[in-house]
Design a protein around this ligand. Structure first.
Ligand SMILES: *Cc1c(COP(=O)(O)O)cnc(C)c1O
Length: 380
């Protein structure tokens, strides 16, 4: 075939001859990707301390012992990390009381979730999840060529597990249950989860995303590990980013039955969990008592903020993580701007609402103050 015929035959068909100077072919799936919006950096008017409360980060600095461990590990950074994540696997398996073979790690639990979708979904397969929920879900699903099936939250910002079970089709491979749900903070109940799981076919993987587990105080919150033990199609996703304060190092994991865990390890990018992250995670598990004190303080702050908001006349949904949700509708942008003027960078979500992370006490005080003023101004 000559260059001339190539040029005239066009580029539309997948197996069409190449046109000269044709642009690099990228997948159509990319056009459908919603962009992941990272929390904006903090900014504030002059003289005001800025707080970034848009990414659910832990406001405490690293524990000195964890920092020392990371410094030591850094002296070996010319070496590849342990691809088997051996030391962390041993410590965590013992801590959780699960066989080591049921653990799979990745660069953040977002990384593990990417592995999970790559391991379960072919083109056109479906992944069911609540909406709004974690904004990485539609991105990872769409990028894999799978189809996101988004089931609206209930009026009180909780998962509608009945509707989610109804949404399962023969193409469904995975259902994501985010509890507490990011960004609304609500948990699923243990009884409703059992009813839901009874309806899920055994070949559909249910993933319970527990990124904020450590902050949960609701008495009816499920014991996801126990649920996992009793059901071969249930996996649990956890992270060191939030309660453990290692967001910048990127390490998360799944607890899954062996065939699934093995598939997750196969689907991993080699050496995805770096050596500093592995060392820091082990050191954090050893310092869990100190970390729990911090978590308790954040939970107490959350309760204080929620109580103050209720006093002001807000009706926030049950907050079970390290953030609060403001259901604002068309006033979302206005609220985010009011916070920004006060030096608080919150996370607005379209015209649904805004999420604010529980942070330093001063930031929480200021959030209460801004929310009170906003409500008074709006209802006047
Ligand atoms: C933050 C978060 C994660 C995990 O993030 P990583 O930093 O990648 O571990 C997972 N799920 C939800 C719902 C989150 O909010």
């Amino acid at each position: 075939m000559t260059d001339e015929t190539r040029a005239t035959e066009g580029v539309a068909a997948p197996d069409a001859p190449r046109a000269p100077d044709a642009p690099v072919r990228l997948r159509d799936a990319l056009d459908a990707l919603p962009a992941y919006t990272p929390g904006r950096p903090a900014s504030a008017p002059p003289g005001v301390t800025a707080y970034k409360i848009s990414s659910n980060e832990n406001p405490y600095p690293p524990l000195p012992a964890v920092l020392d461990t990371v410094r030591d590990a850094a002296s070996q950074m010319n070496r590849y990390p342990d691809m088997s994540v051996g030391a962390l696997t041993q410590v965590l398996a013992a801590r959780l009381g699960v066989p080591a073979a049921r653990l799979a790690f990745g660069p953040g639990s977002v990384g593990v979730l990417g592995q999970l979708i790559a391991a379960t979904c072919d083109m056109g397969d479906e992944v069911v999840f609540a909406w709004r929920s974690f904004e990485a879900y539609p991105i990872l699903v769409t990028l894999a060529g799978a189809v996101p099936v988004q089931v609206p939250l209930t009026a009180d910002a909780r998962h509608d597990l009945v509707a989610m079970a109804d949404a399962i089709t023969p193409r469904t491979r995975v259902v994501l249950v985010c509890t507490p749900n990011n960004p609304t903070g609500t948990t699923v109940g243990d009884a409703e989860l059992e009813v839901f799981l009874e309806r899920v076919p055994s070949d559909v993987l249910v993933v319970i995303d527990e990124a904020y587990l450590e902050f949960v105080t609701a008495p009816d919150s499920p014991d996801a590990l126990a649920v996992h033990r009793s059901r071969p199609n249930v996996a649990v996703l956890r992270t060191f980013s939030k309660a453990y304060g290692l967001a910048g190092l990127r390490v998360g994991y799944a607890v899954a039955h062996e065939p699934v865990a093995e598939a997750l390890r196969k689907a991993a990018i080699p050496f995805g969990v770096n050596s500093l992250a592995q060392a820091a995670a082990v050191a954090s598990l050893e310092a869990v008592d100190e970390l729990e004190v911090r978590v308790k303080e954040l939970v107490a702050e959350r309760e204080r903020v929620v109580a103050a908001l209720r006093d002001q006349g807000w009706s926030p949904p049950d907050a079970q993580a390290n953030f609060v949700w403001f259901s604002l509708g068309s006033r979302t942008v206005e609220f985010a701007a009011a916070c920004q003027d006060a030096g608080l960078t919150v996370r607005p979500y379209g015209s649904d609402g805004a999420r604010a992370t529980i942070a330093e006490r001063e930031a929480n005080d200021r959030l209460i103050e801004v929310a009170g003023r906003f409500l008074a101004a709006g209802s006047a």
